[in-house]
Design a protein around this ligand. Structure first.
Ligand code: AGP
Length: 609
């Protein structure tokens, strides 16, 4: 997720673009840049790192001009660097992009075959080349963009500037937001509302497939067929801070609702239904190397460790490779029997967790291969790994990890299928079925989000309790742990996740009418057993919150509340069950008035031991 802006009007563009980018820095901040049409030339300034670096560069070398585009980056393809920073240029065309071009490699091959030269590792640069090659042949700028869009697949919000035609900017949108605002002879373009609020509260959103021709003080919008369309002008009543949260009261709730898109972005461009294969970009493992893996050691902390526990089931069952999951803080102090046939798989949203990073040195000493699943490109763990399979969840601002967690589960699912196909354990037909299941996941998560008002009422009913128990079995036991962690870390209510079958070995002594028990019991191979556990705790006066994927009378009869999520395949049910648990933790915290996005004593990234 990146931030893009554009300006065309009577004022100096650079300061307006810079201030607008600052309002979008929460969308990405590993590099930034802008391009301004100045005295007949397009002048570009780009910097790695925070936006402040670009501000310094502009102070040292100002750029005059009243038409320009800008970008603040959250890398998905190509590490953070000046060369990979946007804007990107080809000939007279300069472009900024937010999104993922799925077929950029094949397009790049085609362009290289025509003699194009590339200076970055990004998917965006190919779009500048596609438009430039048409403009150089005399095609109109707007037409060249529309023709180029027909060649690319993926998600994009694009803003183009053409050195040969600087009276207009061309904007294109598909699956990634872009909003326009015009007033007093100028027009602004941005990924998100906060960037416009200093200038106008009257905004127009583009729809998927639409292209806009933007001039100073006006714009025209065209649909995919090139037909002019009109879009409603919306009056924004939010203030800038609320707008950064997209109108949500907290980043955590915004990020919970982003999950259908972040799950989609994590698998987008990586699966082939036709072949039943997964593109493990960034992993570079041959079939022989995959077959040689004797054991996988998943190493992570906190929520990422819960993802690792789910990943163990996926890797063992879909790739046929023995796997174990360790806390980073435990792994580094034990003597794991790793060797050159071991694979360490580190999972970390920030890519900076020191306890997880420590596993790398152990792997190096024992010649074990290290792969990682990270959300931050070029983070410390990513840089020290032999390969990285990135989640594409965008910046996760709230300390509580939500969208990163479900993106990690999605990445683990893809990795397990990819490894299973590579080492021959997983047949093509089975892989195709598993990938088809994945395509249904975003919708299932959308449906699960509709439970929010029911969960909010439940949180209100239980606002006085001081202890919670979460029970689950098998692949969903880690989700019981995750639900408990979410609740305790943001509402400060003590909570514990436990294997449902283990209750009779001690913890059932805790049960009384003051102890709500969340029981995860989808209709899977453990259902009857877990129903038995549910009745054990209910018969001891516990308030049972049953979380299931089908309407079962026995469950309803025994439970205080029954929440029903959509059915999903066995390996993806953990993702769907997580959603109401995230919402329960969120609303319990709101009830208690805690600092939801910045809970006490916690940091977003634990870079200390
Ligand atoms: C989860 O909500 C917490 N914020 C915390 O447990 C987190 O998952 C853990 O610190 C690991 O962080 P990482 O994924 O950045 O390595």
């Amino acid at each position: 997720m990146c931030g893009i802006v554009g300006y065309i009007g009577p004022r100096q563009a650079a300061p307006i673009i810079l201030e607008s980018l600052k309002k979008l820095e929460y969308r990405g901040y590993d590099s930034a840049g802008l391009a301004v049409f100045s005295d007949g030339e397009i002048v570009t300034r780009r910097c790695q790192g925070k936006l402040a670096n670009l501000e310094t560069a502009l102070r040292q070398r100002p750029v005059a001009g009243s038409v320009g585009i800008g970008h603040t980056r959250w890398a998905t393809h190509g590490r953070p660097s000046e060369a990979n920073a946007h804007p990107h240029r080809a000939g007279s065309i300069v472009v900024v992009h937010n999104g993922i071009i799925e077929n950029y490699l094949e397009l790049k091959e085609q362009l290289l075959g025509k003699g194009a030269k590339f200076v970055s590792e990004t998917d965006t640069e190919i779009v500048a080349h596609l438009v430039n090659e048409k403009v150089q042949k005399g095609t109109d700028f707007l037409t060249a963009v529309r023709q180029s869009l027909r060649e690319i697949r993926g998600s994009y919000a694009l803003v183009f500037i053409n050195q040969k035609d600087p009276e207009r900017l061309i904007v294109a949108k598909n699956s990634t937001p872009i909003v326009l605002g015009s007033r007093d002879g100028e027009t602004l373009i941005a990924s998100d509302i906060p960037a416009l609020l200093d200038h106008t509260r009257k905004v127009t959103f583009l729809d998927d497939g639409e292209v806009a021709e933007v001039r100073a003080g006006s714009f025209r919008i065209f649909d995919e067929k090139g037909k002019a369309v009109s879009r409603p002008v919306k009056e924004i009543t939010w203030d800038a801070v609320a707008a950064r949260k997209d109108g949500y009261p907290h980043f955590m709730l915004k990020e919970i609702y982003e999950q259908p898109r972040t799950i989609t972005d994590t698998f987008r461009g990586r699966i082939s239904l036709k072949d039943g294969t997964v593109s493990l970009d960034g992993v570079s493992l041959s079939a022989a190397q995959a077959r040689r893996i004797k054991r996988i050691y998943l190493v992570a902390c906190g929520t990422a460790w819960h993802a690792a526990l789910v990943g163990k089931f996926m890797l063992e069952e879909l790739a046929g490779i023995p796997a174990e999951a360790d806390y980073g803080s435990e792994f580094r102090y034990r003597a794991p029997l790793i060797d050159s046939r071991s694979l360490l798989l580190l999972i970390s949203q920030s890519g900076e967790t020191l306890d997880t990073l420590a596993a790398v040195e152990m792997a190096r000493e024992k010649k074990a291969r290290v792969l990682s699943i990270c959300n931050v490109v070029d983070s410390s763990i990513a840089r020290k790994s032999d390969g990285v399979f990135y989640t594409h969840a965008g910046p996760e601002i709230s300390v509580a990890s939500t969208k990163a967690f479900t993106s990690q589960l999605t990445a683990l699912y893809l990795l397990a299928i990819g490894l299973g196909r590579l080492n021959g354990h997983l047949a093509k037909a089975e892989a195709k079925r598993l990938l088809e299941d994945l395509l249904h996941l975003p919708h299932a998560v959308e449906e699960a989000l509709k439970l929010e008002s029911e969960v909010q009422r439940l949180a209100q009913d239980l606002s006085g309790v001081s202890d919670f128990l979460y029970l689950g079995r098998g692949i969903n036991y880690p989700i019981a742990l995750e639900g408990a962690l979410k609740l305790k870390e943001i509402s400060y209510i003590h909570a514990e996740g436990y294997p449902a079958g283990e209750m009779k070995h001690g913890p059932i002594a805790l049960i009384d009418e003051k102890m709500p028990v969340v029981v995860l019991l989808p209709r899977d191979r453990y259902f009857q057993k877990t129903l038995g556990n549910l009745k054990e705790v209910e018969s001891r006066a516990a308030k049972v919150i049953a979380l299931t994927d089908h309407d079962d009378q026995a469950v309803r009869a025994a439970a205080y509340r029954t929440l029903i999520v959509p059915e999903a395949s066995h390996y993806l049910t953990p993702v769907v069950l997580t959603i109401p648990l995230q919402l329960l933790a969120y609303h319990a915290a709101v009830q208690r008035g805690t600092d939801v996005d910045q809970p006490r004593n916690l940091a977003k990234s634990v870079t200390v031991e």
